[in-house]
Design a protein around this ligand. Structure first.
Ligand SMILES: C[S@@+](CC[C@H](N)C(=O)[O-])C[C@H]1O[C@@H](n2cnc3c(N)ncnc32)[C@H](O)[C@@H]1O
Length: 298
């Protein structure tokens, strides 16, 4: 039977309901229809949900349905993700922004706002492992004082996406602030000092934590953004923390998102690198999620 695109979408949803609910928690027919309408606008198609739908490999809607059947995360299918105050471009080269990272941004903004009260210096901060650039861009959007922001990532593909997001959203923060990008391993060849260093680094142990990770994440999100080798884990963070400590101003702060099973241990690694008041904080679901470490007067 010939169907309109809207009616086809409803029957596709019904036929695949169990699979779609498991693979895309919270996904509704309404959302799928909205995404299809956006897709048609973006591809310059004159079709609408009322147009007769004829499945065809050249039809973007057909590609959309087959991507859903493959279980590709919706953000990678649409190329968009919503985070904090904005819509960001995402590709399979970057991690899909997570809601809990918004708390990391809020913490960073509060720290920089208290720095603004304490000093007339230009505020300087860096985000390490920036991915799509969501963290520095969102921080800049919330600051009332101009800042000099840096973002580093080891992946040149991720940095391309971050730069595009920074360009697209450049009018959403003060023109007196600036954001620069550098491809590097953690903080190598980065010049300080910084009032704040923030990071959502890869923090899942390749072997020890692999069963805790959803198969969709394992299959589709970039390995570089997720995993560290178990036997190098502590050393990886020790190198990172030691360099961060050296690059912070006195009383500078280091904020990091991490894995609930490893943050207590990492706070000890931080203490060994000279940090004081290393504190593990929970996210809104009650899971240990953030590490806050301060550099005391040297
Ligand atoms: C968990 S993702 C976070 C991405 C983004 N900041 C976010 O919160 O959505 C970790 C990021 O760290 C980057 N990364 C991995 N190893 C790195 C290293 N040695 N130095 C710098 N960045 C690294 C990955 O490419 C990835 O973009």
């Amino acid at each position: 039977m010939i169907k309109s695109l809207g009616t086809y979408t409803e029957s596709f949803f019904k036929d695949h309901q169990k699979y779609l609910e498991e693979t895309y928690p919270g996904l509704t027919v309404r959302r799928v229809k909205q995404e299809l309408e956006l897709l048609m606008m973006e591809t310059g198609s004159t079709d609408s949900l009322e147009t007769v739908y004829l499945p065809h490999t050249e039809n973007p809607a057909t590609k959309f349905f087959s991507n859903l059947e493959l279980g590709i995360p919706l953000e990678y299918i649409t190329g968009r993700a919503y985070f904090y105050r904005s819509e960001f471009k995402v590709t399979p080269d970057v991690l899909i922004p997570r809601a809990e990272t918004e708390s990391l941004v809020e913490m960073a903004v509060n720290e920089l706002k208290s720095w603004a009260k304490k000093t007339d210096e230009k505020l300087r901060f860096i985000d390490v492992g920036t991915g799509s650039g969501i963290i520095p861009i969102s921080i800049l959007q919330d600051l009332t004082r101009p800042a000099e922001a840096w973002a580093s990532d080891i992946s040149s593909e991720a940095l391309t996406v971050a730069r595009q997001n920074a360009f697209n959203l450049r009018f959403t923060w003060s023109s007196k602030s600036n954001l620069s990008f550098k491809q590097t391993d953690r903080l190598t060849d980065i010049e300080g000092p910084f009032h704040l260093i923030v990071s959502n680094p890869p923090y899942i142990k390749r072997e020890g934590d692999k069963d805790l990770v959803h198969s969709q994440v394992r299959e589709f999100e970039p390995a570089l953004a997720l995993w560290l080798d178990d036997n190098e884990y502590d050393q990886w963070f020790e190198t990172f923390f030691a360099k961060a400590h050296a690059l912070l101003v006195d009383e500078g702060v280091f904020l990091m998102e991490g894995h609930e099973n490893h943050l207590d241990n990492l706070s000890k690694v931080g203490e060994n690198c000279g940090f004081k008041n290393c504190e593990v904080q929970s996210d809104l679901t009650g899971r240990k999620r953030f590490l806050i470490m301060r550099k005391s007067h040297g």
